[in-house]
Design a protein around this ligand. Sequence first.
Ligand code: IVH
Length: 675
Amino acid sequence: METEISQRLAELREELRRHNHRYYVLDDPSIPDVEYDRLFQELKSIEQAHPDLITPDSPSQRVGDAPLDAFTQVEHEQSMLSLDNVFSDEELKDWEKRIFNRLGLAADSDKQLAFACEPKLDGIACSLLYVDGVLERGATRGDGRVGEDITQNVRTINSIPLSLHGDNWPKRLEVRGEIYMPKGGFAALNERMLAQDSKPFVNPRNAAAGSLRQLDSRITAQRPLEMCCYSVHIRDGSLPFDSHSAGIKQLAEWGFKTNAEMRVVQGVQACVDYYNDLLTRRGDLVYDIDGIVFKVDDLALQERLGFVSRAPRWAVAHKFPAQEEITTLLDVEFQVGRTGAITPVARLTPVFVGGVTVSNATLHNADEIARLGVKVGDSVIVRRAGDVIPQIVQVVLERRPDDARKVEFPSCCPMCESPTERVEGEAVTRCTGGLVCPAQQKQAIKHYASRKAMDIDGLGDKLVELMADEGLIQSIADLYQLTVEQISNLERMGQKSAENLVAAIEKSKATTLPRFLYSLGVREVGEATAQNLAKHFLTIDAIIAANEEALLEVEDVGPIVAKHIIGFFEVDDNRQIIDRLLAAGVHWPDIIPPSEDEQPLKGETWVLTGSLETMSRAEAKEKLVALGAKVAGSVSKNTDCVVAGPGAGSKLAKAESLGLKVLDEAALQAFLNDH
Ligand code: IVH
């Protein structure tokens, strides 16, 4: 009996360890989570019944332990070194030259050195000690000589093996690497912190550091930490490999997570190329990196190169431009959007961060200002990661000047002076001025002219701004009163472009009811809702007259959308604008409710691909939808017909391979004419 239980325990542990490795180390799970949970539950219940059979490397032993009073100090047997930095390609090339000199190679020799290139993860350095293949201790770097014992916390990190895979490991093995928090886990953790009214972390590195510094490892266990290993230090005997990259490969075989981006390249120019490639992909990586580490790959050469003070001569870090910088908050301005939402925007002393000069950052809303506790005049930390808009992540309180000024959210709209309001339970503050507000007017006109709305060719955002600032247009209805002369008097507008614009505005008069509805910019009424409203009510008058009950009958319209629709048409100004638009000649074909037999494509799914010449894809889609078809974005075996214009690629190929019906533009035209 006892042996049967021990055997089952061993099986479960081995299986869970394998799945754990696939999930956390290889990112390649082979069973669904529920199955993993079942196995885990079985292990736990056996262990509960037989506590004497629990081993320290059992997968159940990752959930955290009783809190510590303090971390104990650990003296590293071999110091944990740091890296020298370079900040330019030139400095990197100089580093290679110094290596050539040290190794006694002529600078012009054709010899290319092999370098291992690795992302420099932005986390916390950690050393792991395995004795007889079992994790014995985890320690932070500390000052390089003495660190802290964080074994309890390290054991909760799923990508760290509690015991080594394979059997060729040495009796004592030290592995080093970086503990970090992936971006996704960081975002989720911060959401959780905010939901609990706790202070969110400033960046993934701080979150990782804060999580590792927990004396209560049960808290660490709930934090999405990972460890990626970058060096092997064997404490007895010699290393069973002769290059850094072979060591990394060996680490992966022992069950450690290593960096999939690691490459061995020849010569420093290839290092520069690697750096540039990763710099462009930096934002796509699932973890933060702050540069690239280059290492001479050959361990014998590493040995010959040795160390200078506390850094190896055989490795160097080429830092990326910083993603966080310190600057001053000069002022907070308030911008008004199309829907009247008032967004506070921080004006900053320009600072170079994340590869660009940043002088503005969003502050989102009043809650965010309160959370940051930021005042005008403060020194603030600005973060710009990837293409994300710059954010203020922290105030440097100890640098607050005496005359720092509280940020007051305006009680009146900065554009039209209408009162602002903040709806209970919402984070946004809005201007109540509607289309009286010039900011909302401009945004409304930009939206009206945009491609998916009335599609007025040549009327871009800049021109709308200019014409509104010159007083030529206040509302969308004013567009139809514009003359060639007025437009040609504008800066950088010639006679010809003015004529073209007037013609484009004229052309926009012929439209469809769904487009027109969408163009009005009613809050929450996107293209699909506009379609549904038009299909349901058939006329603009019926929509204007609809009460909540009637609106709720429309597909996808809920109480909030209904409220916005009613609110919009209740405003006299808005109804007058619609009257003026119709009087100016905006028109659309009547919508005749389709009877079943007029919907020959009912139940069919069509896909449009490639370009069409006689009509736009949007028009083709509208016509097909009117005939009852669903127009999908991708081809599958459920597709009934694919319309392929010139330039059609993979979708056409797939349609052909599935033997689907394919029409060219002429055949589509013929079909539409017939129906
Ligand atoms: S090698 C003697 N490789 O950067 C070589 N370090 O600035 C020591 N780091 O404390 C480190 N990614 O925490 C190495 N791929 C990588 C790294 C890396 C991040 C950190 C490490 C070290 C710091 C030095």
